[in-house]
Write a protein of this length. Structure first.
Length: 633
């Protein structure tokens, strides 16, 4: 019984030991998996969540986080633009909250308005075009790039010629979103923009944001003059508004003296002329202004390229162009033009000006449909006191589109940084081809030169063998950075810079690999060589047939080491091959990381690790066979 008890205790201790070993290995695996999961989660980052560190990205777990990230992409990472469109005061996209759930008929009316009314192309912009902070390639930009390549071909030189651009590569292809609020930012009527304006008509309403003048008037005009405190505004204007939400920009000049001064300054000096119209009664004054400025109708016709016989035949400008003399004359008429000879000032009268923006067009649409504000409130379930209080419900329209596209947005955020990296590496120079050639040469030469040197040291017992081994081991004491300059000077003297020879030759023989192979070759049974020698086998036959076949595990280790060294080579490759045509993937990845956001950096590191992982998996069975089989024997 005592013997059985002792055996039981030994088994128990063995199980405890095995359990401890398993737990230790599990903890060790967690320490490897956890950083990998953090990096994987980081690959989906944008500027919105760059400070968050969790294994599962927040936008997968929280609808509010997903919505905030979507709004960031929708407004092209410009929070001030979001505040203008939504008439909000949100410090950044991180503070964006989910809107209240409600069955809003006004939102439906807005969608009908956008679908049925022919709005000008400059009246709206689209999201997912530009990422100045995240520096990735958003969805709409990628789709538009494919559209251009499909329409004009993949030859970038031809595309540049057609669109009058100067992109150096498809990766440099970019767009700047429209911003048609103030007078200093007129739309650029370049061919690339015209192509995009035509393309953006296909974008869904949920991915458009329309420029509303009321938000611009309050955020960038009134609050910069009277501070954000409504009390300061009320004191200056003699009003009693509870907040800036109650302040509305009038279509025509207001009666209140201070409000009138604000409105006139805003319209004449700040607002984009695209949103300004002149009343019909301004026509005679406008014609007299042109007559005073150009003196003769022939001079006017020459400047405008027209053929009018008299100034009184010139029509009143309805909508100004994006550039040109008509725009210049219209702006002068708004701000006032003084005749240098007579000193008379020609300027559009206050009551001749009106704002013609999306806000007022939407209000006119509702007024034409329902006639009165009472009927409008009854039909839409609202409680407005006047049409001026109605603000385009773009917030609700965007939220409705968001709810219908959550899965698509998660996929976009999870993949767009990876797509950016792959797109960059595949189409940027010859990085992929250069890396394949370089790694293949390194692995092939490492599996020939190092085994030959080790075989010679193992088979032929030279007196200086151990001195040679000591010398080879000493080479490991010097880090690669120490030898870079001498190697560079040597390759330059030999005229091998910017060639594969410069990359391969300095690393042909590896001291550690030779030492490792020599030790493995020494462990092989000498009887095999004696038998082969008696059978008349040559030294080459014994090396190639016997030694190399029995050394597959250690050769797999050498191959993996050679591949890893070549594939991860960055500084040495950049130093010896400064010509972009010879850059490897690591150099291109470094260049990408310098001009990208954190999400793209994480994605590039993960993609860069894939080839090494594949090679390791391929070599794993051979390496493990060399460890396990001898142990079993």
């Amino acid at each position: 019984m005592a013997i059985i008890s002792n055996i039981g205790r030994k088994h128990f201790k063995t199980r405890i030991l095995l359990f401890a070993i398993v737990c230790s290995l599990a903890l060790g695996s967690i320490t490897m998996i956890y950083p990998f999961m953090l990096m994987l989660a980081g690959s989906s980052k944008s500027n919105y969540d760059k400070t968050e560190f969790s294994v599962v990205p927040a936008f997968y777990r929280s609808a509010e986080k997903l919505y905030g990230k979507h709004v960031e992409g929708l407004f092209n990472e410009k929070s001030e633009l979001m505040n203008l469109i939504y008439d909000n005061e949100v410090m950044s996209f991180k503070y964006v909250k989910l809107p209240d759930e409600k069955d809003d008929k006004l939102t439906g009316a807005w969608v009908d308005f956008v679908k049925n009314v022919q709005l000008p192309v400059y009246s709206y912009a689209v999201g997912y075009v530009h990422t100045p902070a995240s520096k990735t390639k958003p969805q709409v930009l990628r789709e538009f790039k494919k559209h251009v390549a499909k329409k004009y071909g993949k030859d970038l030189d031809k595309v540049n010629k057609k669109l009058e651009t100067d992109f150096v590569s498809w990766n440099s292809f970019f767009l700047l979103p429209d911003f048609c609020f103030d007078s200093s930012r007129m739309p650029n009527k370049a061919k690339l923009n015209e192509e995009f304006w035509e393309y953006k008509k296909s974008q869904p309403i949920g991915n458009r944001y329309y420029f509303t003048i009321e938000g611009f008037f309050k955020k960038l005009f009134l609050k910069t003059r009277y501070e954000k405190d409504i009390a300061v505004y009320n004191k200056k204007h003699g009003t009693d508004y509870k907040s800036y939400k109650d302040v509305h920009v009038a279509r025509t000049v207001p009666v209140n003296k201070v409000e009138r001064a604000d409105w006139l300054e805003f319209v004449r000096e700040t607002l984009n002329p695209l949103w300004i119209r002149l009343d019909k009664k301004a026509l005679p004054l406008y014609q007299n202004y042109l007559k005073a400025k150009y003196k003769s109708i022939s001079a006017y016709n020459k400047s405008y390229g027209t053929s009018y016989k008299f100034f009184n035949k010139i029509p009143l400008v309805e909508e100004v162009p994006f550039k040109g003399i008509l725009l210049s004359d219209f702006v002068d008429f708004l701000g006032g033009w003084k005749d240098p000879k007579t000193g008379k000032n020609y300027i559009a009268a206050d009551d001749m000006l009106r704002i013609h923006s999306v806000d007022f067009m939407f209000r006119d649409y509702l007024k034409n449909q329902y006639k009165t504000i009472v009927a409008t409130n009854k039909a839409l379930g609202t409680s407005y006191k006047s049409f001026l209080q109605i603000f385009p419900p773009q917030l609700q329209a965007h939220y409705k589109a968001f709810k219908n596209n959550k899965a698509g947005l998660r996929w976009e955020f999870a993949m767009r940084n990876f797509i950016t990296v792959v797109d960059y590496l595949v189409f940027q120079g010859r990085g992929l081809i250069n890396t394949i050639i370089y790694c293949s040469l390194m692995v092939g030469i490492a599996l020939i030169v190092n085994p030959l040197a080790a075989y010679a040291l193992s088979r032929f017992k030279m007196p200086s063998t151990y001195k040679i081994l000591l010398f080879l081991m000493l080479t490991m004491a010097f880090p690669p950075m120490v030898t870079q300059i001498p190697v560079f000077l040597l390759m330059k003297k030999l005229g091998l810079l910017n060639t594969f020879a410069a990359l391969v030759l300095p690393a042909v023989a590896n001291g550690y690999s030779i030492f490792l192979l020599k030790g493995f070759f020494d462990s092989l049974p000498q009887e095999l060589y004696e038998s082969a020698s008696l059978d008349g086998a040559s030294e080459w036959t014994m090396f190639w047939i016997i030694t190399m076949n029995l050394s597959k595990p250690i050769l797999a280790v050498i191959a993996l080491s050679a591949f890893t060294m070549a594939y991860s080579n960055f500084m040495f490759a950049l130093l010896l091959c400064q010509d972009e045509k010879m850059w490897t993937l690591m150099v291109w990845i470094y260049q990408l990381q310098q001009m990208s956001g954190p999400g793209v950096v994480y994605a590039s590191l993960l993609i860069a690790a894939i080839p090494t992982f594949i090679i390791f998996v391929f070599c794993q069975n051979i390496i493990m066979r060399g460890i396990v089989v001898p142990t079993e024997k």
